[in-house]
Ligand binder design. Structure first.
Ligand code: UDP
Length: 344
């Protein structure tokens, strides 16, 4: 019974990007082993994945910081590739609790790398972030744009993890790595069965917008309208999470089909199109035919005025493009929020 292409371990596979990627991998013919400790996700996310793919999925509740638990997963499943999503991701919290971030994000990552080496499993796909570019001097950013010193422990863990992977791939003969630098993932699966599940007050823009539309938040604060941009609000590159998931499948294909050009590669995963915060809010209103309360508020500390991707390398090497239309993405985000809240 091995009519699947290969097996992929997905750590943090109950999370926002993890669930969408697990679905995309299974639909592309991979066998997927999902592990998660539900520290920032829910078992219902796994149920959503099952419903979409139409069969049971392999899931183990594992804390990737625990070597003993992780080792059992390596002993039990013969995967060639790991996609490591499991990490904390709140920038502000990382400034208040740096050790929590360094311990969790780096320990879990090094446990995985060490076991990949020991069990001679070749391929490591790491979830990096456009945050590594900081306030870039030239836009759009390419993979060769110099990284700026990180402005938060969270951002620092992304930079350190990239470097750790680069060094491991250089040192260990059998190890190959790809870092995908995500821009701003938004939206949800078109089925509205999986999506982002923020706990408490959302830090990110779109969950705040959808919760405001649902009546959970009163008013959106747009952080800063005095930036040097056309409408004064920040510019970001919002990528549909389903497109982002497809980029992971393309990267896994590249690794498992041994098409990598160097042992460690980096790709930007964005749309290449900058959208302002104000534009995102007003496009959401129009796409969903509703009105939102919003007001301009002071700048948020640590925000860069603008960042968007040069996607040429990912387009060419991964044979991948961000295909979904922004309005459809904004509709999918609202459909998911309505599903969550039981709104008709
Ligand atoms: N933002 C905002 N109000 C919010 C949350 C975010 O105006 O309640 C802005 C934020 O200042 C940034 C953009 O939306 O310019 C995207 O922020 P997010 O936290 O989603 O992602 P980031 O780009 O910071 O990783």
């Amino acid at each position: 019974m091995s009519n699947f292409k290969d097996t992929v371990l997905v750590s943090g596979g109950a999370g926002y990007i993890g669930t969408h990627t697990a679905v995309a991998l299974m639909e592309a013919g991979y066998r997927v082993v999902i592990i998660d400790n539900f520290s920032n996700s829910e078992p219902s996310a796994i149920e959503g994945v099952k419903q979409i793919v139409g069969h049971d999925v392999i899931f183990e509740q594992v804390d990737t910081c625990r070597t003993d638990e992780l080792r059992r997963v390596f002993e039990r499943y013969d995967f060639s590739t790991v996609i490591h999503f499991a990490a904390y991701k709140a920038v502000g919290e990382s400034m208040d609790e740096p050790l929590k971030y360094y311990m969790n994000n780096l320990l879990s990552y090094m446990n995985i790398l060490e076991l990949m080496k020991e069990f001679k499993r070749p391929n490591v796909l790491f979830s990096s972030s456009a945050t590594v570019y900081g306030d870039a001097d030239v836009l759009p950013v390419t993979e060769n744009t110099p990284r700026k010193p990180a402005t938060s422990p969270y951002g620092n863990t992304k930079q350190m993890a990239e470097d750790i992977l680069r060094d491991c791939c250089a040192a260990y003969e059998g190890m190959y790595g790809i870092a995908l630098r995500y821009f701003n993932p938004i939206g949800a699966h078109p089925s509205a069965l999986i999506g982002e599940l923020p706990r408490g007050v959302p830090n990110n823009l779109l969950p705040y917008v959808t919760q405001t539309a649902a009546g959970i938040r009163e008013c959106i604060s747009i952080f800063g309208n005095d930036y040097d941009t056309e409408d004064g609000t920040c510019l970001r590159d919002y990528i549909d999470v389903v497109d982002l998931a497809a980029a992971h499948v393309a990267a896994v294909d590249r690794m498992t089909e041994k098409k990598m050009k160097t042992k460690y590669e980096i790709f930007n995963v964005g749309t290449g199109r900058p959208v302002s915060v104000l534009e995102l809010v007003t496009r959401f209103e129009k796409a969903n035919n509703l009105k939102l309360n919003y007001r301009f508020a002071p700048r948020r500390e640590g925000d860069v005025p603008a960042v968007w991707a040069d996607t040429a390398l990912a387009n060419k090497e991964l044979g991948w493009v961000a295909a979904r239309d922004l309005d459809d993405t904004l509709r999918s985000a609202w459909a998911w929020e309505k599903h969550l809240r039981g709104i008709k």
